[in-house]
Design a binder for this molecule. Structure first.
Ligand code: NAG
Ligand code: NAG
Length: 509
């Protein structure tokens, strides 16, 4: 065993199928025999001795009915998955709980294609980036994942190139990996449904429960304890901020004099749009504010449509619906303008709220305020990459994994002088201050070295530390001793010291 491991290291070979990766965690033996664990109504997990069965929700977790690149999958349910421990025999459909249409994945995953930035943020949080074979750097914004691509340039390939997926199976890059993390619309689709794992975080309506998708990613790496530990701290931090939001809501000393401020996310393209996604409404409410309510009946020039999360979108034609849209904007204390966010994130090219929505400060109090309460979502973007000058925007790839940071920033925007978080503003910038946008490159990763000696090795094992945003909250790493005794000796501290068992109970109770 030692000789073989030494040989693999010496030759730089990858372990063969069946072998466990040297860095991989053992199967979580303490979870077998428990009842089914349901997450966010989008998927269930059942544990057996050496395998886990993941079943996507039949109604919610479907391949997109019109956008998925593979026509035969459109509108169909994502089939179940059996994740079995490396070194054990692949389960058969005659074994307990294994569905007849299951797809099989050996875990911990050794070789993964990451089709977009959403799953990548969770891979980084769990410290399992060793397994990444391929990711498209053009749309990611994490400094350390950008450094990953500097350290291992072969990792990067644009999803648009034929090498990503269009070649015959096994010769294309996605085809040679063991799993391809995509989404319901097939972002980063690798051409092989048996390896496709839609990471449905964007379909999850809850702000906090989106962060809980760390538990989905953890299933593929036996990192359940780590995921639970990280999520519990994110949740504690988020709820501490929410409690502050609750106090500010009725605080007569704020600029709103105790009246609950109204906030809205708007967009402008061929129409002017209000998109009340459930997670945005939740962030606004948890910040101590309220969403500008949509009228019961669509006003003149405007129409309503229903979103997958059950919320309504209002679209107002230009110019037929301008009057209605302007009176809607007039109700807001704080406006987040999502118009023209992609692909160009240069603040200097922002045309200005008044121009975009054809309104004046007289009509819109948020615009009249000094400084104006108009914000943009591209507060953090990556530096430009490649000929196309592509940039990633953190709101799209990282934000779902850190609702505490998103909430803290939104609270800073809404409450201004009356609230400051300990993690600072990240996703929002006030349009009156274009220099507030933060452009982050691989140089922003702590493992980067200006002398060219990047610590690429540590990048792989690195556990990312999520930001903690409420006063007095500090992230506590999961304490482990030796790898062999990891499961037994793991200690999860959230605020006070808690045993793993005590922390684990609530998520299936
Ligand atoms: C993934 O597998 C391919 C083909 O065997 C190999 O060339 C590549 O180095 C592997 N990548 C990782 C991250 O192990
Ligand atoms: C802006 O609104 C005014 C009316 O308030 C209208 O006359 C004008 O055509 C509009 N401009 C554009 C570009 O829609």
């Amino acid at each position: 065993m030692f000789a073989r491991a030494a040989l693999l290291v010496a030759l730089g070979l990858q372990p063969a199928a069946g072998d466990c990766p040297s860095w991989g965690k053992p199967f979580p033996s303490n979870l077998a025999g428990l009842d089914k664990i349901s997450f966010a109504n989008l998927y269930d997990v059942t544990y057996y001795d050496q395998y886990k069965v993941i079943e996507y929700s039949a109604t919610l977790a479907q391949y997109h009915p019109s956008w998925h690149p593979e026509a035969s999958l459109r509108g169909t349910r994502v089939p179940p998955m059996v994740l079995y421990q490396c070194g054990t025999t692949k389960p058969t459909t005659s074994m307990p709980g294994v569905p007849s249409d299951a797809r099989f994945f050996e875990i911990p995953v050794k070789n993964a294609t990451v089709g977009w930035g959403g799953p990548l943020a969770f891979i980084e949080l769990l410290g399992v980036s060793q397994s990444i074979d391929m990711v498209d750097i053009r749309t990611i914004s994490s400094p350390c994942m950008q450094l990953l691509e500097v350290c291992y340039p072969e990792t990067h390939i644009p999803t648009s190139l034929p090498d990503w997926s269009a070649n015959p199976e096994w010769t294309n890059r996605a085809g040679r990996t063991d799993v391809v993390f995509t989404d319901a619309s097939g972002t980063g689709w690798g051409g092989d449904a048996t390896k496709d794992v839609p990471f449905l975080v964007s379909l999850d309506p809850g702000s906090l429960s989106r962060a809980e998708w760390i538990k989905f990613m953890a299933l593929f790496y036996n990192e359940e304890a780590q995921a639970e530990h990280i999520f519990e701290q994110v949740k504690a931090d988020y709820n501490a901020l929410k409690a502050v939001g609750d106090q500010l809501r009725t605080d007569a000393s704020t600029e709103y004099n105790g009246a609950q401020p109204k906030v809205i996310f708007v967009n402008s393209g061929t129409t002017n749009t209000v998109a009340n996604a459930a997670y945005k409404t939740q962030l606004i409410t948890d910040a101590g504010a309220q969403v500008v309510p949509l009228p019961a009946v669509a006003p003149a020039g405007c129409t309503f449509s229903t979103n997958t999360d059950g919320t309504k979108t209002m679209r107002c034609d230009i110019p037929a619906g301008d009057a209605a849209f302007t009176s809607f904007l007039a109700e807001a204390d704080v406006i987040i303008d999502e118009s023209s966010l992609w692909p160009d994130y240069d603040p200097a090219k922002y045309r200005g709220f008044a121009t975009i929505y054809n309104v004046t400060a007289d009509q819109v109090p948020a615009l009249a305020r000094n400084p104006p309460n108009i914000f943009r979502l591209d507060g953090q973007v990556s530096d430009a990459f490649g000929d196309g000058n592509s940039q990633g925007m953190s709101w799209l790839d990282i934000q779902q994994s850190e609702p505490q940071q998103a909430l803290a920033g939104l609270m800073e925007a809404i409450w201004d002088r009356d609230f400051t978080s300990t993690c600072g503003q990240k996703y929002l910038w006030r349009v009156s201050n274009p220099s507030a946008q933060n452009v982050v490159g691989h140089q922003g990763c702590p493992l980067y070295s200006a002398q060219g000696q990047n610590d690429c090795q540590s990048l792989h094992g690195r556990l990312h530390v999520p930001p903690m945003c409420s006063a007095g909250n500090v992230f506590e790493p999961l304490e482990t001793t030796t790898v062999a005794s990891q499961e037994a000796s793991v200690a999860c501290r959230v605020g006070a010291a808690l045993s793993l068992a005590a922390v684990l109970v609530p998520f299936w109770a």
